[in-house]
Design a protein around this ligand. Structure first.
Ligand SMILES: Cc1ncc(C[n+]2csc(CCOP(=O)(O)OP(=O)(O)O)c2C)c(N)n1
Ligand SMILES: [Mg+2]
Length: 405
């Protein structure tokens, strides 16, 4: 008799998670292929897991990147400030200063290491969980906060949900609340870059859940047909709000392996390993710039925090599940590595955390002086009619008259 399969996560609240066997049989010591390798010759990379830092924090394998000490320390610093920023903003949402917030805790290495590996000219089409890109590229914290507080200095004039940043000068495309739209947009941008003979590539990020949208497949098709110079990142953080990644067809296979069917190489990597993220991004960017097309990169990671301030994960997963995640925390891992390398110390780290905490606090106080959701100046109501149409439509004109503004 027919039987409908309903995917179910392994562990629910109250269960004791055990991920010990999760990677049995998975190749974690993969070769570094030539940048012009055929997708079918890279099947192992789509099913395996690229790692550079092993469980003991030592470098191993073919993917060890050529990265300077300065870049390593900047990466660590950017990840630390991203986490402090997230924590502060979440608290501010809790006390009613903003409507919504969403952290990227545990996933900092992805945005930060990829930004380090990309060039400033490369265009980023992120989801709402890569605030690390903005921080690594030097977008002012004050501007980010003004937006989140929907205050009088908000670059989005209070019209966007907080965390939907935009920064054209920083080659960072406006975040959209409609999941997945950035995927084909990035591919289209990359096609245009190639068509014009430019050297910039596009990079886009979507979540595991979002791979179930049409946009994912549309983007993959165009990327494949036109060999678009794009980095197509799937951030598999195991959850899409309360749905585990099995609902996006992640059970028994990898998201990276979907690339093969499109003629695009897929590489799965340890997303909590800064060095692995950096190395694979460099490889994929070089491949794209050399005209060999896109790479689908699956970042295997874990969403350590709630989906957003609107959700309570203790209702659908074990409260302490993150502690059992076998790939640790990206900040702790890079910190341990640079200490072992002799270019960092616990003392320096403490001082860095203190300095960043003050930087975030000072920026917040300044942002607050421009108003918050619960107090102070807000953008004029009349601004809702601006910036949409060059010439307002009759309906908008009428609505404006009705409001008397
Ligand atoms: C087209 C669309 N469908 C549904 C939603 C509601 N929604 C917002 S976030 C989210 C989960 C996305 O999960 P995933 O793609 O895994 O990204 P993550 O939040 O884990 O980074 C959903 C369903 C939306 N914003 N847009
Ligand atoms: Mg997810």
């Amino acid at each position: 008799m027919n039987k409908l399969k309903i995917p179910a996560p392994k562990y629910r609240p109250g269960d004791a998670p055990n991920f010990e066997n999760m990677m049995v049989g998975v190749n974690q010591n993969l070769s570094k292929p030539n940048i012009d390798s055929a997708p079918l010759d890279m099947m192992d990379h789509a099913l395996g897991l690229v790692r550079v830092l092993n469980d003991e924090g030592e470098l191993y394998g073919e993917w060890i990147p050529d990265i300077s000490d300065d870049e390593l320390l900047k990466g660590l610093s950017d990840m630390v400030i991203t986490r402090i920023y997230d924590d502060r903003m979440q608290v501010m949402q809790r006390v009613g200063k903003m409507s919504f917030y969403l952290k990227c805790t545990g996933e900092e290495a992805i945005a930060v290491a990829q930004t380090a590996a990309l060039e400033d000219q490369d265009m980023c089409f992120a989801s709402y969980r890569q605030q690390g890109i903005l921080i690594a590229r030097g977008f002012p914290l004050l501007t980010m906060m003004n937006h989140c507080l929907s205050n009088s200095q908000d670059i989005c004039k209070g019209r966007q949900l907080p965390i939907m940043y935009t920064w054209s000068e920083g080659n960072y495309f406006t975040i959209s609340g409609n999941l997945g739209t950035q995927f084909p947009q990035a591919v289209g941008w990359a096609m245009a870059s190639a068509y014009k003979g430019e050297s910039a590539v596009a990079s886009t990020w979507i979540g595991d859940g979002t791979t179930a949208t049409n946009d994912f497949h549309q983007g993959m098709t165009f990327a494949s047909v036109y060999k678009a110079p794009a980095l197509l990142n799937v951030v598999n953080n195991q959850w899409a709000i309360s749905s585990f990644q099995g609902f996006a067809a992640g059970e028994g296979t990898t998201f990276a392996s979907r690339g093969i069917g499109y003629g695009i190489p897929g590489i799965r990597l340890d997303g909590n390993d800064f060095l692995a993220v950096y190395a694979v991004t460099k490889w994929a960017a070089e491949r794209a710039r050399a005209g060999h097309g896109s790479t689908l990169i699956e970042h295997f990671t874990y969403r350590a925090a709630a989906h957003s301030t609107s959700d309570d994960p203790s209702k659908y997963r074990p409260e302490n599940e993150q502690e059992f995640w076998p790939f640790g925390d990206p900040i702790d891992r890079l910190k341990a590595y640079v200490i072992k390398k002799g270019i960092w110390s616990e003392k320096k780290h403490e001082a860095l955390v203190k300095e960043h905490t003050k930087t975030v606090f000072d920026a917040y106080k300044k942002a607050e002086s421009y108003g918050t959701l619960s107090s102070g100046d807000r953008p004029e109501v009349s601004t809702i009619f601006e910036d949409i149409f060059e010439q307002p439509t009759n309906t908008l004109r009428r609505q404006r008259q009705e409001l008397g503004i």
